[in-house]
Design a protein around this ligand. Structure first.
Ligand code: BES
Ligand code: ZN
Ligand code: ZN
Length: 505
């Protein structure tokens, strides 16, 4: 059975007038002054438009949606008004959210036209992303599938026939597909996505992708032992489903930079012998979200044919308990020879990442970025919608949150303090100590530990323990369950490297 979701609606661009669209539904952005920028829909309704919407409690605020029968004012029989906020404060993220809120309100309509004032390519891309990501459903395990989704969506844009608009549509679709792929993988129940199944999936997608520039290599447990990946083997030791290290590589003809991506791929985190309480285990199928993100981002970067070489490592293992499980007190030898004293088997992510970071460094990239659902402490510090950014390079630590913000993702810098670096080196038995004896600053400690394995290469670590999974309810373009957080930032980071907007040294 496929791990992926049903086919999404087809999205096209059109230069048609909103008022003349014969779609089943016309979605229109409405600002707080009750205007419908660029589309003349308010004017077509005449003076009654504002009072009609205000009767429905609609004020044009972001997130608000109102359904209005058009009664002939425009050609489409139904209008969905979606709030875009203050007329002069509308940005791409605002439109991404509006598109998602509108599409989530569509019922029983095969065709939808979207009038959201997409006046530049960035906005076309944002609206396409919002439409796809807001309409995301994961129904693989539902006997009754939701057949109520629109089949075609037309985004109305003045310059629809221009090359820039078409490229923006394509880019939006590639990015959305990557985010959906991560959501599908994260949402797949842990018993259905063992390391071996996850690795096989990557091989299948790699083969289907922009080959021959994309290649996939999988290391199984035998090869991992030969290659001395003691962190991955130690974490996988307690599971009947052995670990896999997947290397996905994209080599464009003339790369201007080489980026290594590394992802934590714990397909289920029970905590191991340092067992988690039942309630905190419930969402731990999400613990492979970092691996899913770097893999999907790599495929997207290849599809977009960005001139950046990518070497991507996904460290896949299941953290379980049996008679062979790693014990607190054991010592593991990471690839490259550094030894680690294990204190808490629930701090497993840093152990698999250590091997993968050493491998990434061996590829001699300009830059390493790792992504991981690494610490509960990061959720305590930044909440569950913001990722932490830690780095051995002050400029990168400053730039990544800005890059994230430019694509509508939330990330925030955190320091790697001297105090934590010293504690990491305080093991009496081995080279480094895996776990902070004091339960404070856990995110900083984990990053100080990871830094031991990156050598001199410029490196940033994204802790996505909060934003990777939404365990409350859907909002804007974020559904319940897997979110795909960090994918858009990684793709944007690669495009900035491609454009020379981000230094390679
Ligand atoms: N996978 C968890 C971190 C996590 C927590 C991810 C919440 C998503 C949501 C990680 O492996 C873990 O268990 N970390 C421990 C580390 C501790 C034992 C040092 C934690 O955060 O409690
Ligand atoms: Zn854990
Ligand atoms: Zn974990």
């Amino acid at each position: 059975m496929s791990t992926q979701s049903p086919k999404p609606p087809a999205i096209t661009l059109s230069a048609a007038k909103a008022t003349a669209s014969r779609s089943d539904v016309l979605v229109v952005g409405v600002a707080t002054d009750m205007s419908t920028p660029n589309h003349g829909v308010a004017e077509a309704f005449g003076r009654g438009f504002a009072p009609l919407l205000s009767t429905l409690g609609f004020e044009g605020k972001p997130g608000q949606v109102a359904k209005v029968p058009s009664a002939g004012a425009v050609k489409a029989p139904l209008v969905i008004a979606v709030g875009v906020g203050e007329p002069d404060a509308v940005d791409a993220e605002c439109l991404r959210r509006a598109a998602a809120n509108a599409i989530r309100a569509v019922r029983n309509s095969a065709s939808v036209a979207v009038a959201l004032a997409v006046t530049d390519p960035g906005r076309v891309q944002a609206v396409v992303e919002g439409l796809r990501l807001g309409g995301y459903v994961y129904d693989r395990f539902k006997s009754e599938k939701d057949s109520d989704r629109p089949r075609t969506i037309t985004v109305l844009a003045d310059k629809a026939r221009g090359a820039d608009a078409k490229a923006a549509l394509e880019r939006g679709l590639v990015v959305a597909r990557a985010v959906e792929r991560v959501r599908d993988w994260v949402n797949t129940p842990p018993g259905n996505l063992t390391p071996a199944v996850f690795a096989d999936d990557v091989v299948a997608f790699g083969a289907a992708a922009a080959a021959p520039k994309v290649s996939v290599t999988v290391w199984d447990e035998t090869k991992l032992a030969k290659e001395r990946c003691g962190g991955m083997l130690g974490v996988g030791a307690g599971s009947d489903s052995p670990p896999r290290l997947v290397r996905l590589s994209y080599k464009p003809r003339k790369p201007v930079a080489h980026l290594a991506l590394v992802g934590k791929g714990i397909t289920f985190d029970s905590g191991g012998l340092s067992l988690k309480p039942g309630a905190s285990m419930m969402t731990m199928k999400c613990d492979m979200a970092g691996a899913a993100s770097v893999l999907a981002a790599t495929l997207a970067i290849a599809e977009l044919e960005l001139p950046v070489r990518i070497t991507c490592f996904a460290a896949m293992a299941e953290n379980m308990v049996n008679g062979s499980a790693t014990r607190p007190g054991d010592v593991l030898t990471i690839r490259g020879g550094k030894t680690v004293e294990v204190h808490n088997t629930d701090a497993e992510g840093r152990l698999v990442l250590a091997d993968a970071l050493v491998l990434a460094g061996e590829a001699k990239p300009d830059l390493i970025v790792d992504v991981a659902t690494l610490t509960g402490a990061c959720v305590v510090a930044l909440g569950d919608r913001t990722a932490g950014v830690l780095s051995n390079d002050a400029e990168l630590r400053r730039q990544i949150p800005d890059i994230a913000a430019s694509v509508g993702e939330s990330m925030w810098p955190l320091p790697i303090t001297e105090e934590m670096a010293a504690k990491v080196k305080s093991s009496e038995l081995a080279d480094v100590r895996q776990h902070n004896p004091k339960p404070v600053g856990g995110t900083l400690y984990a990053a100080a530990f990871l830094r031991e394995f990156v050598g001199d290469t410029r490196w940033a670590h994204l802790d996505i323990a909060g934003p990777a999974f939404n365990d409350t309810s859907a909002y804007d373009y974020t559904p319940k369950g897997g979110t795909g957080a960090s994918v858009r930032t990684l793709v944007e980071l690669a495009s900035r490297l491609a454009d020379g907007e981000l230094a390679t040294t």
